[in-house]
Ligand binder design. Structure first.
Ligand SMILES: [Zn+2]
Length: 388
């Protein structure tokens, strides 16, 4: 029987761990799943274990030499001197034991999600272990080794002949996915992110529009530091609606980094839980309208793993299950279970405290700049009649 939604998870996903003090911490998946279980929003039948991606699948995107180096690094056979060439062994992306297997497991999780949806066993599929959008074809970058979304998109093309729309709401530019498909007219990438002026990876300009036959299918919405909910959501919803109508994809893949929140320690955006409630609801609506419901969602960044990520990511699952967004107090059981481990007081409600921060004096200027970015980036499709 077809399930409405599936949640890809097994403890194997937790092997992707750089160190106990590294900001990228997969414990957030455990916290999210535990919150959903405590809410009785998920059952064991909803959970599907990931498989490991094969070498052949990884090589759909990644260069053989890079995969070989990741394998060697994970076995302790090479040192951090290879960092400058392959991006591993760096401060951001240190080498850890079984690095290849752990990274291939995250990719395999996204491929599992793809197969469940494309073979009609599930309506929607969620792999919170995925979303490693900075992985390049021949190089790791920004906490990301292999790029599960890039591999999944090539896999969707090869096995299902699908046209893919990739939507990235992580606070950092989705560079790895964008550059991999920069020349490809059958993959459309859309990234909303804090401007690269001061934030990693520095790319994601409005002018990055694709190349050759792929010109026009890359969209970037670099927004200002201190951007708040309303401006963020206007850009997301307007861009998503106009681009999906223009591109007419067969399937939508969303990357759900949860690091655009005010609490996030690595970025400077001022989102609240409101954006994380709305982002998946609009994705589901548009997947239903344009893609017969084919929607695959992956995780991504998110560095306040206690106060932000579990609530934010739970909203994706609630959307997939077509349940009303949860409101009011979080379950006391969950708070009691985790408060002692958390270095900060947990937020005790689904909504953020209001107000969450002091008013921003430059608000009008920021909103106006963002509106200008929106218009500039959509100008091309607004002035063109036919998709390429
Ligand atoms: Zn990020």
């Amino acid at each position: 029987m077809k399930k409405d939604a599936i949640f890809v998870f097994s403890e194997d996903q937790l092997g992707y761990s750089f160190s106990d003090t590294h900001p990228f911490n997969q414990k957030r998946i455990v916290l999210t799943l535990d919150l959903l279980k405590t809410m009785h929003a998920i059952t064991e039948e909803d959970i599907v274990p990931p498989r490991m991606a094969t070498d052949e699948e990884l090589l759909l995107v990644h260069e053989p030499k890079f995969v070989e180096m990741v394998k060697k690094a994970g076995k302790g056979e090479v040192g951090s001197e290879i960092g400058s060439v392959y991006g591993i062994g760096t401060e951001d992306t240190p080498i850890f034991p079984n690095m290849h297997e752990a990274s291939a497991m995250l990719v395999g999780g996204t491929l599992t999600a793809v197969d469940e949806v494309m073979q009609n066993r599930a309506g929607y599929a969620l792999n919170l272990g995925g979303g490693l959008h900075h992985g390049f074809q021949g190089k790791a970058s920004g906490f990301c080794v292999y790029n599960d979304s890039s591999v999944a998109i090539r896999y969707l093309q090869k096995n299902y002949h699908a046209r893919v729309l990739y939507i990235d709401t992580d606070a950092h530019h989705g560079d790895g996915v964008q550059w991999t498909f920069y020349d490809d007219p059958d993959v459309c990438t859309l990234s909303i992110h804090e401007t690269g002026r001061y934030l990693f990876p520095g790319t994601g300009h409005v002018t990055e529009r694709g190349n050759g036959k792929g010109y026009g299918t890359s969209f970037n919405f670099p927004i200002d530091a201190f951007t708040e909910d309303e401006s963020f959501l206007t850009i997301y919803e307007t861009a998503f609606r106009e681009i999906v109508e223009w591109f007419k994809p067969d399937v939508i893949l969303t990357q759900n980094g949860a690091d655009a929140h005010f609490f996030d320690p690595l970025t400077h955006l001022y989102g609240t839980m409101e954006i994380y409630k709305e982002i998946p609801r609009i994705a589901r609506e548009l997947a239903d309208e344009y893609c017969e419901g084919r929607w695959i969602a992956v995780g991504g960044g998110g560095y306040d793993i206690w106060r932000v990520v579990p609530r934010a990511w739970s909203h994706i699952w609630y959307s997939m299950k077509n349940l009303p967004a949860p409101t009011g107090p979080l379950p006391k059981e969950w708070l009691d279970r985790w408060q002692s481990e958390s270095p900060v007081p947990l937020i005790e409600t689904w909504e953020d405290p209001n107000p969450l921060y002091k008013p921003i004096p430059r608000k009008a200027e920021i909103d106006e700049k963002n509106a200008h970015v929106l218009d500039r980036s959509l100008h091309y499709i607004r002035s063109e009649q036919q998709p390429r």
